[in-house]
Design a protein around this ligand. Structure first.
Ligand code: AVI
Length: 323
């Protein structure tokens, strides 16, 4: 019998080189920064899963309930073909879609998750293969900000990018990513993107300053990543978590604040970094959208919003776009 699942690895071995380059740039910049993609080592991914279950972090639950209401309409127009998921977390969202497909048991659908972590791909697909005896799987181990060209060009495609992660990209990075998705889409294909929306500031700020301190631990863990990979001697205990909404930019900004003046050594870069008390490292932006700003984001990348699905308060949304 033909195997139902296959994994292809397109990952370049450059994680440490990328990190070294980004940390050198980030630690010598006027506003020190560390790109948020380095949050997600094993511990960071585990902490992020914990964040998704926090009472203050409404995004994950809302998105799932919106998808529950929208999956019938989305799958009715898709029918069958390649279901591409960029950065799958669990298999929950893909199952919602496959359950709503016109044909049962995953018939006619090839699920194509794209993620840098092969273990994340295995976790996302194992259950699906068991649950849908006719589903096929093609796992792409790669970076969805640069490896989308490896998605096979054939038949019809539904691409999904859940979780509001598009908000973690600066505008130029988001444009690059959206254009590369547009580049693999045919005219009848659709792209479903999760967007966290502008809402009352206390709600937004609580989601990034949870009472249990999980987001603070998640934020500080990025220093442990730099210590481990580059031999640096950041003391996470001497940095404090800070997250607040920047109204002008319509985004949450997450920082690590030096609680005292200190020097940090980064041997792999032959670098000593001086911190003043109160100086910060920007570790993440999380943009919040309105229908208007989302429309501008997509149209600048040559994409058009076809349908809009959201909760009654419009706190989170799924935009279904075409090219
Ligand atoms: C992955 N991303 C959409 C999350 C967010 O809300 O921007 C990451 C996160 N940062 C702090 N809490 C969650």
């Amino acid at each position: 019998p033909v195997p139902r699942s296959e994994f292809r690895n397109y990952l370049s071995s450059g994680y440490r080189d990328d990190l070294a380059r980004d940390i050198l740039a980030g630690m010598t910049a006027e506003q020190k920064c560390i790109p948020s993609r380095y949050f997600y080592d094993a511990r960071g991914s585990q902490l992020f899963e914990e964040i998704c279950r926090l009472p203050e972090y409404y995004q994950t639950r809302l998105e799932l309930s919106i998808l529950h209401g929208a999956c019938g309409a989305i799958m009715e127009s898709f029918g069958k073909g390649d279901l591409v998921e960029l950065g799958p977390g669990t298999d929950l969202k893909a199952s919602k879609l496959i359950d709503a497909a016109p044909e049962p048991e995953g018939e006619g659908i090839c699920y194509i998750p794209v993620d840098v972590s092969e273990s994340a791909l295995a976790a996302a697909t194992e259950g699906l293969l068991r649950r849908y005896p006719r589903l096929r799987v093609l796992g792409i181990v790669g970076d969805f900000t640069r490896d989308l060209g490896y998605i096979p060009a054939r038949g019809k495609k539904l691409v999904t990018f859940f979780g509001g992660t598009i908000g973690n990209f600066t505008d130029p990075a988001a444009q690059r990513m959206l254009r590369s998705v547009a580049g693999v889409m045919g005219e009848d294909d659709r792209f479903v993107v999760g967007l966290d929306m502008v809402k009352p500031v206390p709600v937004l700020e609580a989601a990034y300053n949870d009472a249990a301190g999980v987001t603070a631990a998640f934020n500080k863990n990025i220093l442990a990543v730099v210590n481990r990979e580059l031999g640096a001697d950041f003391d996470p205990g001497r940095f404090e978590h800070r997250a607040g909404f920047n109204r002008d930019e319509e985004r949450i900004e997450m920082h690590l604040v030096a609680s005292a003046a200190m020097a940090v050594g980064i041997p792999a870069l032959d670098l000593h970094v001086a911190f003043e008390r109160g100086e910060t490292i920007l570790t993440e932006i999380s943009r919040k959208f309105t229908r208007e700003s989302a429309g501008r984001l997509f149209s600048a990348a040559g994409l058009t919003v076809e349908r809009w699905f959201s909760d009654p308060k419009e706190w989170f949304a799924l935009a279904e776009v075409s090219r």
